[in-house]
Design a protein around this ligand. Sequence first.
Ligand code: TTP
Ligand code: MG
Length: 407
Amino acid sequence: MARCIMHIDLDAFFVAVEQVENPELKGKPVVVGGRPDRRGVVAAASYEARAFGLHAGMSLVSASRLCPQTIFIEGSFPKYRQASQEFMAILANFSPYLEPMGLDEAYLDVTGFGSIYGSIHLMALAIKKRVKDKLGLCASVGIANGKIVAKVASDLSKPDGLIEVAPGNERAFFTPLPIAKLPGIGRKTERVLKGLGINTIGKLSTVPPRILRGYFGVFGEILYRYASGVDERRVEPPPPKAKSISRETTFAEDTGNKSQLKATLRYLSEQVGSHLRQQDRGTRCVTLKLRYADFATITRRQTLRQGSNTDQVIFEAGAGLLEKALAQERRPVRLIGIGVSNLTELGMQLDMLDTSAHRLEQLNKTIDHIRKKYGFAAIQTGQTLLLKNIFPSGDNGYTLDTLSLSR
Ligand code: TTP
Ligand code: MG
């Protein structure tokens, strides 16, 4: 049986949540992201605002210039996260094969579900109605035999739309669309393709894959398959999230050298922090683990006043615990580890001012970005440089004597 995949995406999500709370905002140009007198960009724009050319990512100042009557709202991330959880819970009631993508979109594998609702089309209408009745939000839906076509279909159907691409019609559906409509094609790829005279997805699907590979590497072949409407990716429910994250390592030789212990702790903290940020989560509890030469093991923990996921906050809590432990016990250390627990969902905070906490978060994001591109060892704090003399290093950071473990 051909697969049947649904892509569901809420319309103008952040704005729509604000409109439910304050119906006076309905039908007006509204932007969530902040006030235009502050630096920042549009996070979400109502469709009325989009008619003036406003869109996500545009500076607030430009938005206000283009459409002075826009109502600007600061926004509140916890509110959107709550709405997102309720939205996903509704979808999960329709099919257990649910893959949330970000806050306001998800794929559902609904293969074989048509008979329950009369048809897949009726099922999609039932989903839209449930979301509207329970949350007051509009969802747009795309239905196709794979993720890529379903996503483009929901996007094209907006707002409050529903497009079903019948099996076998994927190519015909894609043929006239501009290449920018294909997910994964950013501005740079679009420029290159247009330079080659490829303006539509249909045209892209006629380019031999080896040529695309020449220009874009492996991504070129994926592009070719997607442009042809072929996408075998499964709908994958997310794995359960870990309750805690930790990294630890055993030294080749037991050590009481405080600088070495601190440098290692800093490095492990950065790995824990990076993992936390990947999951968009924070911690409220940091635990230090020390094992001495005789295998006696201690753990010390500290609760943080505020949830955080920055390397600095994790390290400072761990270093404080280390200082205390070393003051009490001067024996050489065999193993050191740091863990975080009591994890919280952080998400972005739209209302955050330019505080030092915010600046730290920005710094950590930049570090993550550089490391993703050039490897973990590409950027180091002064403190971890000391480890150069102790552990061999590669692209993915230092090779510790025992693998860092995560649980
Ligand atoms: P989108 O689904 O991309 O956009 P949208 O829901 O506002 O509008 P539509 O789907 O109808 O085109 O993103 C969902 C939310 O994610 C959006 O409401 C706000 C947030 N977001 C940002 O904060 N910054 C961004 O650059 C984008 C694209 C979205
Ligand atoms: Mg959306």
